[in-house]
Structure formats: C-alpha cells, structure tokens
Design a protein around this ligand. Structure first.
Ligand code: FAD
Ligand code: DHB
Length: 388
C-alpha cells in the first residue's frame, strides 16, 4: 500500500489531522491499535478552548458539539470555604465548551468514514523504518495479515506510550519531565449539575474539581494517591471527600447520584524536543503531556495538528518545506506555555504533602491575590481559554 501521509493513532490528533488533510486533497491512512468501540467509549478530557472549537467548526465536524456541548463563560475557584468567579468572557472575550473527548472522537470517526477515509482499527506490531529517507515505511499486522505502507511522511499521533517517539534517537532529542506525587480519582455520576460552571477547589484534604458531561451526567475529580486502587474507594468515602473539599460557607452543596464509572489517572508534565526527526513528525500526547488541571491536553493535540496540516499543505501545494521545518519550534512555543500554565494551576490548587505551613499559607495568599486582582484573574483567564 502507498499513501501520502501515514498516521499512527486515532486519538483527537490523528483523526483530526487525517480529516484536515482530506479537506486539502491530501491522502492519508490512520492505524489504530484499539477497536472503534473502545476509542469511542474511553472517558478522558472535557474542555475545548474557543480556538479548538473554531478548528473543529471550520473542519465541518463541529455541528453536534455546537448543539450538545455546553458553552461556559466562567469558572469558579473555591478555597477557604468561599467560591470566586473568574469571568472568562468578561476578561478575555472568549469562552470554552464542555464537550467530552470521546464525543469528539465519535464525530471525527464518523466524518472520516463518511468521506471514505482509510482508518484501520485493531492493528498490531506497528513498526517504522526509513524515516531519514524520502519514503518511510510502516509495517503492521491487520486481520491476521502482515501489511506495509509506504508514505511520504509518518505522523506519530500514538499518545504517550506509542511506538513513534522512541524512533527519534535519544542523541537527537531531549525529554523534559516532571512526575507529580498525586493523581486524580475521576467519577461519572448520574445527577443534574451541581453548578452552572466548573469549580476548581483547593482544600487541605486535597484538590477537587466539579465538571459536567450533560444535564444528567456529571464528571467529578478528587486528588488522590496515584498508586491507590479504586477498590479502596466506596461510594460513601468518595462522597464524603467530595463534600468536605467543596464545602462552601453559603450552604451550597454538591448533588449526589449513582456513580457508574471510577478511575485513577497519574499526573506528569513531559515534553520531547524536537517534535520531528526526518520524515517523522510527532503530534499531541506522543510529544507532550500536561497535568489535567489546566484542561489543555486535547487542545494541544488539536493545535499541533492544525499547524502540521498547514505545513503539509504548503509542501504538497507549493513544494515548500518551510512549514515542515518550523513545525517543531512553532508547536513547542505553544506547548511550553501550556506546560507552564498546567504546572502553575496544579501547584496553585493541589495539596503537597511535603509543603511547610509557610508554603501552605503562601499558596492561599496567591489564590487571594488572583481573585482580588483583575490583572491576575485576566492572566489566568487568558491562559485557560487559550487567548493567544
Ligand atoms: P491519544 O488520545 O492518547 O490517542 C493516541 C491513540 O494512539 C490511542 O487511541 C492509542 O490507542 C493509539 N496507539 C497507541 N499506540 C499505538 C500503536 N503502536 N499503534 C497504533 N495505535 C496506537 N486531558 C485533559 O485536559 N483533561 C482530562 O481530564 C484528561 N483526562 C485524561 C485521562 C486519561 C486516562 C488520559 C490517558 C488522558 C487524559 N487527558 C486529559 C489528556 C487528553 O485526553 C490527551 O491529551 C489527548 O487524548 C491527546 O490526544 P492524542 O490524539 O495526542 O493522543
Ligand atoms: C475536565 C477535565 C479537566 O482536566 C479540567 O481541567 C476540566 C474539566 C473534564 O473532564 O470535564
């Protein structure tokens, strides 16, 4: 098989890139190790920046997002028993949409299939070769058969644990990493929303986040030990922690409901630079990871592939390698700003066991400063909505 662009991974990065290329008349094949049902059901991120919404709308895959997603104009920071609104739209003119990542995946898969796109699920033994030459090759197994694809370019959109990043020799790349000593316990709950806006709560017992999925399903998180097991968390224990951490002096209370999904995610910051080696380009989590506190993961994947789609368009339309040559440095500029914001929000809102009493008071003072200062609130809001 031969194609112009071979894409490894059908996450938001791989699927959207394939669709953007298609809109520019560029052919691609997407290889995914999991099944369609599996990728369409995996619960992950929930927040889309305005820029991500614009990209999905322009690509013609935003119709259901506009109809079913919830537009949010603010978020709340909760600490010291009080909630403080950050007026995202008032401060930046922009908003965010809460629309779950698996719904974005469902929309993108449907669009690729409708357009006759080549999307191979349940592939295994994916290997890359020849990325330093002009015709790299991907070999893999599909339906029990050994197959291979020759392409002009290979895109590693296969997430943090994929096979692409290790193809960039260690001597050619630098990995930057920070692992946090805590994770998030995430649940899905059958209940009406407790709040019109997301609540990011800082509490001595640990961070908590109140988010939503729909008028009948809510998404809640609480800081936990990343090595803990969901089996240690009864529903009663989860509710009592969530109530304690989100408690408010004005009597506001979280609404309970049936918990139907539980999971623990670890948290890390990671960047691989450069995001390219020869004819191999990395996009999304394959190249970088942020802790989820800033809600940036899916948005970075989307902005990477928008850059990459433009660069590949320049190559095929005008024979220009300029966009390909600047892809890594252009993408990394945005990536590092999101790394900063995600690290800063994480540090601002989580309980660090080793923090001294002084550091805990300074953390609270920083929060007080943010909500008291229009300048600092604006800086938070600009980063959160991706106003740059
Ligand atoms: P992915 O979505 O990881 O997609 C990569 C795809 O490649 C996967 O479908 C994988 O199966 C496939 N793949 C891997 N290896 C191979 C291979 N060898 N061959 C073929 N296919 C392969 N971000 C937030 O902002 N908020 C959150 O709450 C949040 N929660 C998360 C929870 C979890 C459990 C995880 C893992 C991530 C979470 N994220 C969150 C991050 C966000 O979901 C990611 O940033 C986003 O999915 C990145 O998209 P991607 O397309 O780059 O990678
Ligand atoms: C969600 C996840 C996040 O990481 C975040 O910062 C906000 C919302 C969510 O899953 O809804």
């Amino acid at each position: 098989m031969r194609t112009q662009v071979a894409i490894i991974g059908a996450g938001p990065a791989g699927l959207l890139l394939s669709h953007l290329l298609h809109l520019n008349g560029i052919e691609s094949v997407v290889l995914e190790s999991r099944s369609r049902a599996d990728i369409e059901a995996t619960i992950r991120a929930g927040v889309l920046e305005q820029g991500s919404m614009d990209i999905l709308n322009e690509a013609g895959v935003g119709e259901r997002m506009q109809r079913e997603g919830a537009l949010h104009h603010g978020i709340e920071l909760a600490f010291g028993g009080r909630r403080h609104r950050i007026d995202l739209t008032g401060l930046t003119g922009k908003a965010i949409t809460v629309y779950p990542q698996h719904e974005v995946i469902i929309d993108l898969v449907a669009a690729r299939i409708k357009a006759g796109g080549a999307l191979l699920f349940e592939t295994s033994k994916v290997e890359l070769s020849g990325i330093d030459g002009s015709s790299p090759r991907v070999t893999f197994e599909h339906d029990g058969q050994a197959r291979s694809i020759e392409a002009d370019f290979v895109i590693g959109a296969d997430g943090f644990h994929g096979v692409s990043r290790p193809m960039i020799p260690e001597t050619q790349r630098q990995d930057y990493q920070r692992i946090y000593p805590f994770g998030w316990f995430g649940i899905l709950v059958e209940s009406p929303p407790s709040s019109d806006e997301l609540i990011y709560a800082r509490h001595e017992r640990g961070f908590a986040l109140v988010s939503t999925r729909s008028p009948t399903v809510q998404r809640l998180y609480l800081q936990c030990d990343p090595r803990d097991s969901v089996d240690n968390w009864s529903d009663d224990r989860i509710w009592s922690e969530l109530h304690a951490r989100t408690e408010s002096d004005d009597g506001w209370k979280l609404k309970e409901g049936r918990i139907f999904q539980k999971g623990i995610i670890g948290m890390r910051s990671f960047v691989c630079a450069p995001m390219r080696s020869g004819r191999l380009f990395l996009a999304g989590d394959a190249a970088h990871i942020v802790p989820p506190t800033g809600a940036k993961g899916m948005n970075l994947a989307i902005s990477d592939v928008k850059l990459l789609a433009n660069a590949l368009d320049g190559f095929y339309r005008r024979g220009s390698e300029e966009g390909l040559d600047s892809y890594s440095s252009d993408a990394l500029k945005r990536v590092w700003r999101a790394e900063f914001f995600s690290w800063w929000m994480t540090r601002l809102l989580h309980t660090f066991e080793e923090a001294s009493p002084f550091e805990r008071q300074v953390q609270l003072a920083e929060l007080e400063n943010i909500v008291a200062s229009r300048a600092l609130s604006t800086a938070l809001a600009e980063n959160y909505v991706g106003a740059f």
